[in-house]
Design a protein around this ligand. Structure first.
Ligand code: MC0
Length: 140
C-alpha cells in the first residue's frame, strides 16, 4: 500500500531556527514553504532523497497558535517527531482499505496538504501512538 516514506513531520517552536539547523548540520535544502491555515501550521519541506517510489522529505512544522494540533502537541510533549507521512497512489482508496481494518480516520475526506498533495490523517491511538498521514502527490 505504501510507496515510500513521503515525509517525517517535526514540530518546532521556531521554523526559521530549525531550518537553519537542518541546512547547516545535514545539508538539506528547503524546496517549499507554506502556511496552511486549515491545518494551523507554517511549514517547510526539505528534500532528503529521490527513490523509485518518489521523493522523501523532512517537514518542519511551526504552529500558527497554541490551540492548533501542533501547538497542543508542543505544549504537551515538546519539540520532536509529530507524524509520519506515507506516500500512496490513491489516498481515497487507501483510506477505505485502512478504515475497513478498524483504524479511525481523522479526516472523512482528503484534505489539502503540502506542495499540492491530497492528504488524510489516521488516529494515533489506533496506530500505536503514531500520528500517521497518507499522502497522494499531485499528478505530474
Ligand atoms: C496528539 N496525540 C498524539 C499526537 N497528537 N499522539 C501521537 N502523535 C501526535 N502527533 C495524542 C495526545 O497525546 C493525546 O493522548 C491524544 O492524542 C489526544 O490529543 P489532544 O492533545 O487532546 O488533541 P485532540 O484529541 O484534540 O487532537 C489529536 C489529533 C489532532 C491527533 C486528533 O492533533 C489531529 O487531528 N491531527 C491531525 C492534523 C494535524 O496534526 N495537523 C498538523 C499537521 P493522551 O494519551 O494524552 O490522551 S498538518 C500537515 O502535516 C500538512 C500540512 C502536510 O503534511 O501536508
Amino acid at each position: 500500500m505504501f510507496l515510500r516514506i513521503d515525509h517525517v513531520g517535526i514540530a518546532c517552536h521556531n521554523l526559521e531556527e530549525k531550518i537553519e539547523f537542518y541546512e547547516s548540520t545535514f545539508g538539506l535544502v528547503v524546496v517549499s514553504r507554506e502556511v496552511n491555515e486549515a491545518q494551523g501550521v507554517r511549514e517547510a519541506m526539505l528534500h532528503v532523497a529521490d527513490g523509485e517510489g518518489g521523493t522523501s522529505y523532512v517537514q518542519l512544522l511551526e504552529p500558527l497558535s497554541p490551540e492548533t494540533a501542533v501547538g497542543k502537541f508542543l505544549a504537551k510533549r515538546g519539540e520532536g517527531v509529530h507524524h509520519i507521512g506515507y506516500g500512496v497512489a490513491d489516498v481515497s482508496k487507501a483510506m477505505a482499505e485502512i478504515a475497513a481494518k478498524g483504524v479511525r480516520l481523522i479526516d472523512e475526506r482528503p484534505r489539502h496538504g503540502s506542495m499540492g498533495a491530497s492528504i488524510a490523517f489516521l488516529h494515533p491511538k489506533d496506530v500505536g501512538g503514531v500520528l500517521t498521514e497518507l499522502v497522494e502527490a499531485p499528478r505530474a
